[in-house]
Design a protein around this ligand. Sequence first.
Ligand SMILES: Cc1cc2nc3c(=O)[nH]c(=O)nc-3n(C[C@H](O)[C@H](O)[C@H](O)COP(=O)(O)OP(=O)(O)OC[C@H]3O[C@@H](n4cnc5c(N)ncnc54)[C@H](O)[C@@H]3O)c2cc1C
Length: 440
Amino acid sequence: MNKRTVVVGGGLAGLSVAARLAKAGHDVTLLEKAPKLGGRAVTIPLKGFDFNFGAHAIYSRDSSYIRKLEKELQLNIGWVDFDPKKARYDLGHEMTEMPATLEGLFKTKVLPKGAVKARFAIEIVKTVCLLERGEEGVSIGEWLRRSGKHQQVQDLMLTLASSNFFTQEPERIPSTVFFKYYQRLFRTSKAVSYIAGGWGSLVSELERVIVENGSKVVTKAKIERVLFEQGRVVGVETSEGLFTGDEFVFAVPPKELAKIFEGTTLAASISPYLLHKPNNVLVYDIGLSKRIETPYTYIYDKQARVFMTDISAYTPCTPEGGQLIQAVAYLKSEEVGDREHAAIRKEAIERLFDKHLAGWREQLAAKRYTERAAAQEIKVEDDQQLMPVQFHACANAYFAGDWVQGVGQLSELSFSSGYEVGERILRKGNSGIVLLSRAV
Ligand SMILES: Cc1cc2nc3c(=O)[nH]c(=O)nc-3n(C[C@H](O)[C@H](O)[C@H](O)COP(=O)(O)OP(=O)(O)OC[C@H]3O[C@@H](n4cnc5c(N)ncnc54)[C@H](O)[C@@H]3O)c2cc1C
């Protein structure tokens, strides 16, 4: 008999675990509470524009887990790589190249010419060669202060981290996480990429693999409760009835986990992660009926810490002749939910639009504005820890998502934690007996 695995949550993490196990011959049932798959990477059509509600870009796709999945599952995804020549930092008084490539570093005015640029290049080499690793319990802000590195080199390192970690306070990133992240990113030749056809095409591909391999996707199935017997999960209760299985993957955020595991063996293990704050951002995406030509597809306002991307320059997502711009403002945890502050950040984005997209208000056909979108369910700052993929208290429950330990940040955590969960279940083999070696 094929092993029966129940996957709860149809976001990128749940979908990728389910697709991988289905392809390996498991009998998988994926349960998603929403009518549509994708979770925070869902694509919603609005007046002819395809708005990606969450994820925008993939960082270092050449070394990412999505690439492993793409190969193993033979996913049909088209990639469109970000063009660094069309990206600029807006410094207020002038625009300058991003130091995303050697050429960009040579040209950028974020650093003064000469020795300081050379020092920054040396920092890149030291990071890649693992000569810098940070220290447990020390933030990158503190670590840099102690290091005595040139102030502008410190500033640039924090500016990069602000974009990659989607944070207003990059100095609070743990130094060890910072260096681990850049050891990978500085090696990449594909720093930022977009998905042709948007994230919806990836979601559809993962769903295709699940279904084509004989497994099942059930939407509008909200898990209310988990059933335990002798320390093992034996089933999950949903509005659609009871689903039983051998292995259970929970790819739903901590606040949902707390509800469904209430009163069970795992409740105490999960509860510390409820105290950790998510990384919320303000999102302001606009659909324009007529394209407004701009020389740049990505602009980062360094002072205001907001960015805009012309996503329609990379992939078709608008009605004929239209344009779709995505803009995000990073927030400090204490700013989340503060309406006055949100209004100020919204204005900062509008000022960026006014400056670089003259006449956008007249062309505005559709928009998506939210003051609070979870870019990551547990923010990587201070002592906030990501959840493990498994707890000692239960041998057949696994966890995946961007709140779970893995490689990278944002959706990379969903893919990498999902991949690890898949590995653990596959190592157990189809019989339910744990295989001690992959060669067995
Ligand atoms: C504005 C914004 C911009 C972003 N930009 C980027 C980016 O550029 N690059 C990047 O890599 N990432 C980005 N992200 C992050 C990325 O979108 C997320 O990391 C990723 O989508 C998370 O996927 P997940 O499967 O881990 O979690 P989720 O998407 O949260 O999936 C959880 C799923 O579980 C379902 N669920 C919840 N409770 C239950 C229940 N009781 N029963 C059944 N189902 C349930 C939910 O409906 C959901 O579908 C961005 C996010 C946002 C919000």
